[in-house]
Design a protein around this ligand. Structure first.
Ligand code: AMP
Length: 118
């Protein structure tokens, strides 16, 4: 069983901020911003590649509620989902990082200079 399924099953602890029948939001263990929440479906979905439109349709308002719950709805925030090796996905259970609470930086995402590919 994957680590996020174990969190859903309460086999390992988390610091939850919002829960519904289908989704769970909890604090990231190694926050990269003042607000860094992980939002997951309770059922195991490996990544964004495999998620159904039905789950995403339900997940959207849940993530909007998480932003409200964390008080970043108006100040702004970023949603990121990493997919596969090049995406840097370490945990193979779909999760959205909700980051905020400060002005987030925007920069190069790859070691290579993007201009080399133009
Ligand atoms: P990713 O690289 O997109 O797969 O992100 C995985 C994220 O899960 C990282 O930001 C980790 O800090 C976070 N993480 C891993 N294990 C836990 C855990 N037990 N509780 C909370 N966050 C975790």
């Amino acid at each position: 069983m994957c680590i996020f399924c174990k969190i859903v099953n309460k086999e390992i602890p988390s610091n939850p901020v919002l829960e519904s029948d289908d989704f769970l939001a909890f604090h990231d263990l190694n926050p990269k911003a003042p607000v860094h929440i992980l939002v997951i479906p309770k059922i195991h979905v490996e990544s964004f590649n495999e998620v159904s439109s039905e789950i995403m349709a339900k997940m959207t308002p849940f993530m909007q509620d998480v932003a409200k719950e964390m008080g970043v709805e108006d100040s702004g925030y970023r949603l990121i989902t990493n997919i596969g090796d090049n995406g840097g996905q370490e945990v193979r259970h779909l999760h959205f990082h909700l980051l905020g609470g400060a002005k987030l930086q925007w920069g190069h995402f790859a070691d290579a200079d993007p201009k080399d590919f133009i």
